[in-house]
Each structure stands twice: as C-alpha cells, then as structure tokens.
Design a protein around this ligand. Structure first.
Ligand code: AMP
Ligand code: GLY
Length: 423
C-alpha cells in the first residue's frame, strides 16, 4: 500500500519513520515533508490546505491511506472531502475536529457532559467580557475561540492583564476572526500531562502518557513554544490517574461526540492539568502532539497502520496497542531566537553521528536539503530522541545525541525530563 503523510514537523518524520519499518508499505509520500522525511519518503510540494489538489494527487498515485499530521487540514474538513471521494484517510471529520478548532465548542461539550475542566464563560461582546472579569476574580485565563497557532491563550495574574488580553484579542484582532469569541477561564494549578488515545468513534485505546515542555527556557520560564521536548511515560500519571483519565475524560468525550451525532474517529489528545482535585482538561487536540509523537512512536511496538485502519473501520476493540516497557525522551534543538524571530539556512553537522549512537533517533522538524547539506528551515529544527530502560537513561541518551550535533546559534533546554526524575 502507498501512504501519504501531511505535514512537515518532527511529528511527521516520526510517523514516516515508524511506518517505513512496517510490512506491506510500498511507498510513503510526505507533503511537504522535510530533510528527515526525505530519507524514508518521497517529499511532494503540495499545499495541505488544498483539499481538491490532495484528492487529485491521491487518486493519480493510487494512495491507499492518508494520515494528517497537524490540526489545520482537519479543521478545514479534509476528512469529509476525502470520504466523499471514497478515499481512506485518518482523523476526525470537520465537526468533530471542533474539539480543537473551537475552544468555545470544546468547553460547551465538557460542560454539557460533565467532563472535568476549569470553570469557563463565553463572550462575543468585549464590554460584557470586561464587566464580567471585574466581578468574577476567578476569570484569569483568556482564550481566543479559534485556531491561533498555539498563541491564543493568555494566562494572567491580575485583572489588568486579563483586560489587556481581552482587548488584544477582541478589539485589536490579534488573531483575526479566531478572536470573535473568547473564553474566560479559571486558572488551574498543577502539573501538566499529555494523554493521547486512539479512537474508532466507539472505544478508546490509550497511548503511553507524556509530558511536554512548552516554555522556551529552563524551569518553564519565558514565552510558550510549540514544545521544547517531551518524554514518556509521565510518572505524574499514576495508574489511578490513568484510569480516571480514561473513564472520566477520554471515553466520556468520545461518547459525548457520538451522542451529538458526530462520532470522533482519530487521535484525541487531552491536555490535562493534574490539580489537587484530580485531572482537568485544559484543552483537547485532534491529532498527535509535536514533540509528544516522537517519544510515543519510538515506544509504540504495535503496527501503526493496523491501528489506524482499525480506527477507520470501527474495529479498534480487536486491535492491540502495545508500548515498550521502557521510556523515551525527545530534546528539541531550536533556532536561537525562537519562538521570536530567528534566522534560517544554517548548515547542520553531526546528525549522522547522533543517529549512530545506540538508542538515539534524530527526528527532523524545520530542516531542508540544499546541495547535499541539511540546513535549518524553521524554529524547532530537530527532535533528538533517546530510548532507555528508565526515564533517566532515555534522558541521558537524548542529551548524548544532542552533544554530537551543531549549527550556528542553536538552542535547547537542558532540563527536559527533570520533573520526572524529581518524582
Ligand atoms: P492551550 O493552547 O489551551 O494548551 O494553552 C496553552 C497553555 O496555557 C497550556 O499548556 C497551559 O500551560 C496554559 N493554560 C491554558 N489554560 C489554562 C488554565 N485554565 N489554567 C492554567 N493554565 C492554563
Ligand atoms: N506539543 C503540544 C502540541 O502538539 O499541541
């Protein structure tokens, strides 16, 4: 079978790498891909928001399965369009992807079905929102409703900050129409974890739990990024919390979507805050996390294509989803300056040396090939992933890999996984 993967990050390289080792895979295409997917797939320069173009490409090349990496094509309705053309594709349909595509929709589902989350109120009028904040001191988090490339969330300390955030989103239109509505939320306190499951619309099967590192600097300081590193399993998710997350959050959400008449097929990513009152949902995503996919897919023992097919066919109950007993840790090497302005086109050395280290795999994010050299081409450049029998060993292996790689003005966090070791 031929497979098409959409996206160009570390997540998509990890997907292509995992699938390339599976049986009966004739060819992998990646659109648009990067210098890493180039080694295991054919990169094709297609606009992943152009459904008609993608449908033509898939038909012309007899592609048997399309896998969507990022959220934007899902929210753009790619699944619905492919299915109308009888083409196999993995991910939630447009309405179901609103769990990520609209924070207001997501909050309403959680409120309606009693899924644990923070208090929240929706506003489409700036005056009413500001009025509300003045008399409700719990409202300290401001979220633009729509997709905002991960930047539409303001976690504030006082009323003034909240009002400034509301003004930025609703009056100054910082995120365009994504800010026509906002969600005001209570600020949750605790440790965050990423809890991902596969679903066929009826049941869920969990992946290994992971923890992302969103802030750019050591000690979770500085502005948020797409994620500076991730490891799994996350010890913060004890057996008891795992069961709670499955029974009170993930399965009820899948059931809720079915009750709404919009069954959710794909990956459901619960961004959880482990509060003193138990796990609460911060947000849902409708896809693999990046960088969470890197540790998850290096630990996944089962055949990914089989899992995906069983989700699409509604037979996930028959399918094993088994992970390695060990641990994995991914350290992101970024361009200096990220998540602010940064330069591209720096020559990267040492990737092959790092890949030669036992139990190290380098996943590419923002990279490209030019005249045989691998150059930086984005903010998050590489995800150096170590495997080990313990979290400690996986962290050590990841940083050993990192030490082999160099490019001008590179930056990485030196404390990925430290929270796990503290437990
Ligand atoms: P999101 O884009 O919804 O994942 O939000 C980005 C980050 O903002 C999360 O990873 C949290 O660190 C933080 N955040 C979002 N909502 C809340 C909340 N209600 N309480 C505390 N922190 C939050
Ligand atoms: N690493 C967070 C995300 O993929 O949304």
């Amino acid at each position: 079978m031929k497979v098409l993967i959409l996206g160009s990050g570390g997540r998509e390289h990890a997907l292509a790498w995992k699938i390339s080792k599976e049986t009966n895979i004739e060819k992998i295409y990646c659109a648009p891909g990067n210098a890493g997917t180039y080694n295991v797939a054919e990169n094709v320069n297609l606009d992943i928001m152009d459904n008609d173009l993608l449908i033509d490409f898939v038909k012309e090349n007899s592609i048997g399965l399309t896998i969507v990496g990022p959220e934007a094509p899902l929210v753009n309705g790619i699944i619905d369009e492919f299915e109308k053309n009888n083409l196999k594709i993995f991910g939630p349909k447009k309405y179901a992807a609103m769990l990520e595509g609209s924070k207001v929709f997501s909050k309403k589902i959680m409120q309606k079905y009693g899924i644990p989350t923070s208090r929240g109120e929706v506003f489409s009028d700036i005056e009413l929102a500001i009025e509300f904040v003045k008399s409700n001191p719990w409202a300290r988090v401001v979220k633009a409703d729509g997709l905002a490339a991960g930047k539409g969330v303001y976690v504030c300390d006082d009323e003034n900050e909240v009002i400034n955030a509301i003004t930025e989103i609703m009056q100054n239109k910082k995120f365009g129409d994504a800010g026509n509505k906002i969600l005001l939320e209570e600020k949750l306190v605790g440790e965050e974890a990423s809890f991902l499951v596969f679903s066929d619309g009826k049941i869920v099967k969990p992946m290994v739990s992971t923890q992302d590192h969103k802030a750019v600097y050591v000690g979770d300081k500085g502005p948020n990024t797409g994620g500076m590193g991730a490891y799994g399993p996350a010890p913060v998710i004890t057996k008891e919390l795992h069961n709670y997350a499955m029974e009170k959050i993930m399965l009820p959400t899948i059931n809720a979507m079915a009750s709404e008449g919009t069954p959710y097929v794909g990956i459901l990513y619960g961004g959880l805050m482990i509060t003193k009152d138990g796990p609460k949902v911060i947000e849902f995503n409708c896809r693999f996390g990046d960088p969470e996919a890197q540790p998850i897919l290096t630990l996944l023992k089962s055949n990914l294509i089989d899992i995906i097919k069983s989700c699409i066919d509604g037979t996930l109950d028959m399918q094993d989803v088994v992970f390695d007993e060990g641990a994995a840790c991914c350290v992101v090497l970024a361009s200096g300056g990220y998540p602010g302005a940064y330069e591209k086109g720096k020559k990267i050395s040492g990737i092959a040396l790092a890949d030669e280290v036992d139990r190290v795999k380098v996943f590419h994010g923002g990279t490209k090939i030019s005249e045989g050299d691998v150059l930086t081409n984005g903010g998050r450049v590489l995800g150096v992933t170590g495997i080990g029998n313990s979290i400690k060993e996986s962290i050590d292996n990841a940083y050993l890999g990192v030490s082999k790689i160099d490019f001008e003005n590179n930056y990485f966090r030196k404390d990925i996984g430290q929270k796990a070791l503290g437990r």
